[in-house]
Design a protein around this ligand. Structure first.
Ligand SMILES: *[C@@H]1O[C@H](CO)[C@@H](O)[C@H](O)[C@H]1NC(C)=O
Ligand SMILES: *[C@@H]1O[C@H](CO)[C@@H](O)[C@H](O)[C@H]1NC(C)=O
Ligand SMILES: *[C@@H]1O[C@H](CO)[C@@H](O)[C@H](O)[C@H]1NC(C)=O
Ligand SMILES: *[C@@H]1O[C@H](CO)[C@@H](O)[C@H](O)[C@H]1NC(C)=O
Ligand SMILES: *[C@@H]1O[C@H](CO)[C@@H](O)[C@H](O)[C@H]1NC(C)=O
Length: 404
């Protein structure tokens, strides 16, 4: 009885704290992102959280409890300025129409408790028969901490396509300053169409690449921003499913000393996998090449330093994409492509859970060759794969990951 009372009191206190923070504007989440006074801006990527597995047994809900623990540990250790939820927040195949998006509240609880804001991209498992990007976004937006939004509308562009500017610490009003950094978010779609079945009663597949209209929006918007501010603004990009370039780089060879990380998902799964060039997804084609326009866009965007993906839980390396790789038509321009670390207990694989960190400093952005530093914080507290994504990444020799 005493325990029950205590539990009720604790629960009330915790929910009150959350409500209060929601109401009292402790942090002004409508304000744009800014570098800290010390000139740094850190991002923690939580990817492949896969909440909502097997709600009907005890294993599934236990995975979510474990995932919340991982998130708490990462945030305590790293204290980021922004959290990126890089796709597959929810295992949509397993969830129920009436409550699929409630998992969002479990995911963001540790962020809300710390007054942190976040930005999501949606993954193939976030688009399913009972849940989709639009319903997840609506749930996220109930929290003022959500910076996820939708900037591309129309036929079929997915949902999480948008950008966020990051300003310097001294910027008093965004109208008066140029952003020092742009963060681009893309929806690589995939999965199944929401509440749709074909004539035979089967779920309907959704294309698994960044839509062409989004590629056009990206290049146009970036050109407008460059023109408006009369300068190239350094940028980073986030997209759940990696492009075919990651597969070609993997085939070229991942060296544990030059591209430290796990390389267990071989061959990795990329955008446009399972689709034919003519747009069929009847299981007859391995790859349709529809990610070529997106690859062309990211390799010709001045200032874009790195693209971060998830999806392949067993791959955690970063690679510098230079030149034309065998079989590829699109040439790399020194862009870095990175995986993160599987953060959630849901989803396949038992590699140690963790989260890729990105540290952006104003000092490194002022250099001729702009660079960012990155590492992976594991659930154990250990840090692995700390590298600098600079001009010599790929030649620099690092110790290999001691732990997976
Ligand atoms: C919180 O701050 C924003 C921006 O300053 C303002 O628009 C909003 O009304 C504030 N909300 C409350 C509850 O004070
Ligand atoms: C959603 O509903 C199912 C079926 O009633 C239940 O098992 C599950 O726990 C619910 N999930 C959430 C997040 O409330
Ligand atoms: C979707 O939700 C409905 C209603 O809760 C449920 O009956 C069904 O099993 C869920 N999953 C799929 C794939 O339809
Ligand atoms: C995709 O990558 C594979 C593996 O390197 C390569 O054989 C293929 O030609 C590439 N296709 C395109 C369109 O880039
Ligand atoms: C890139 O970073 C590595 C590791 O910090 C360093 O050894 C190397 O000199 C740097 N390269 C350049 C061009 O600054």
């Amino acid at each position: 009885m005493k325990f029950a009372l205590f539990a009720v009191a604790l629960f009330t206190t915790l929910s009150l704290q959350r409500t209060l923070r929601y109401r009292t504007n402790q942090t002004d989440f409508s304000a744009p992102l800014q570098f800290k006074k010390d000139g740094t801006f850190q991002i923690s990527i939580l990817e492949d959280l896969h909440f909502g597995e097997n709600a009907w047994d005890t294993w599934g809900p236990q995975q979510d409890i474990n995932s919340v623990k991982v998130i708490n540990k990462i945030l305590d250790a790293e204290g980021p300025g922004l959290v990126v939820l890089n796709g597959d927040l929810i295992t949509g195949e397993n969830t129920y129409l009436e409550n699929s998006t409630e998992y969002v509240d479990q995911i963001v609880g540790p962020l809300v408790d710390r007054g942190l804001s976040w930005a999501s991209t949606y993954g193939n498992h976030d688009h399913s028969f009972n849940v989709t990007g639009a319903t997840i976004l609506a749930r996220e937006r109930r929290w003022p901490n959500a910076r996820t939004t939708q900037m591309v509308f129309g036929d079929d562009p997915g949902v999480s396509n948008y950008y966020l500017p990051v300003y310097g610490p001294a910027c008093a009003s965004p109208d008066e300053c140029a952003p020092e950094l742009l963060l681009w978010f893309f929806d690589s779609r995939g999965g199944w169409r929401y509440q749709q079945k074909d004539a035979d009663g089967n779920k309907v597949g959704q294309p698994d690449w960044v839509d062409f209209s989004v590629v056009n929006w990206f290049t146009q918007t970036n050109a407008e921003l460059t023109n408006k501010h009369q300068k190239t603004i350094p940028s980073l990009a986030f997209v759940h499913i990696p492009t075919n370039a990651s597969l070609a780089l993997q085939e070229a060879g991942v060296d544990g000393h030059r591209q430290p990380g796990i390389d267990d998902d071989v061959p990795l799964a990329q955008q446009a996998q399972g689709w034919c060039p003519d747009g069929r997804d009847d299981g007859t084609c391995a790859y349709g090449g529809q990610d070529v326009p997106f690859m062309q866009a990211i390799t010709t965007t001045p200032g874009l330093m790195a693209v971060f993906s998830g999806h392949d839980h067993g791959d955690t390396w970063c690679y510098r994409w230079d030149g034309v790789l065998p079989g590829m038509t699109v040439a790399g321009n020194g862009l870095h492509v990175c995986f993160g670390q599987h953060t959630g207990y849901g989803g396949y694989g038992s590699w140690e859970r963790g989260s890729r960190q990105i540290l952006v400093t104003q000092a490194q952005l002022k250099e001729e060759e702009k660079s960012v530093d990155t590492w992976i914080r594991l659930e154990s507290g250990n840090v692995v794969g700390r590298v600098s994504l600079n001009a010599t990444y790929g030649q620099d020799r690092y110790p290999p990951n001691a732990e997976h």
